[in-house]
Design a protein around this ligand. Sequence first.
Ligand code: KIV
Length: 314
Amino acid sequence: MNGTRKARNRVESARPDQTGSGAAPGRAEVTPYGTLPPASAPAQRKPVSLPRLMEMRARGEKIAMLTAYDATFAAVADSAGIDCILVGDSLGMVCQGLNSTVAVTLETMRYHVECVTRGVRRVQGTSWIIGDLPFGSYHETREQALRSAAVLMRAGAHMVKLEGGGWTTEIVRFLVERGIPVCAHLGLTPQTVHALGGYRVQGRGDEAARVLRSQALELQEAGASLLVLEMVPAVLAAELTGALARCATIGIGAGSDTAGQVLVLHDMLGMNLGKMARFVRDFMADSSSVRGAIEAYVAAVKGGSFPVNAEHAW
Ligand code: KIV
């Protein structure tokens, strides 16, 4: 047998069966494409649920969230102890090479939510999965928002995220009343970057802070359980975090006093060829593996050493 055929046979005998059931229990599976381990190991921690997130918020345990867009990164993030995986529409920039999130479609989001869910399930993962509703998928009517949310929930999301305040309040209420957990998103909302005039800090000045404050309270009232605060002054984010007893704030460029933190995975792994945003730390710089970098992120968020207001906030 020549060398090429031998190599092909090795690969073919190692290929997992097409049902996706993996190797026989107890037998390590060797696969050629960085495949995830077989789903045989018992989960190491209890699944992250909505009551558990609320309990973390009440206890003051910081919630560690990262984005992920595919099965392998999602599984690695899960095994590194991440609480929440956000399948963000930032995938438009990260995976699709777009220059904003505006052109990301619901079908693309469905596909990536499915990939992430498969990865997390395959390793019997426990992370809470959030599917981002893309631009245009919830803007027409509450019914349209429900249909779009159902697409992401069927794909495996536990919760959906949507951007904006004021007009979104009735949509949040409609979804929550129908059993769909909602994460809201205020401050810099990338889907409206053209209206905002760029990626700028939001909520600066008395009037802007007043609007943000009232929108955040309305969103909590409508039933949003999480609220991403993006590029909001640290003092305002801290004040909102204290004011929202039933809604956990998740900061990105919002200082250290929010209930949790989120970063775009590729940014915190240093895989950003452009200028890194002020609120990002490259956790790969001091780690020898992706898993190690994510573990360091989780530890830094939970231990309060990331973010540092003087370095990462406004
Ligand atoms: O789409 C996304 O990844 C996000 C985070 C940056 C919060 O919305």
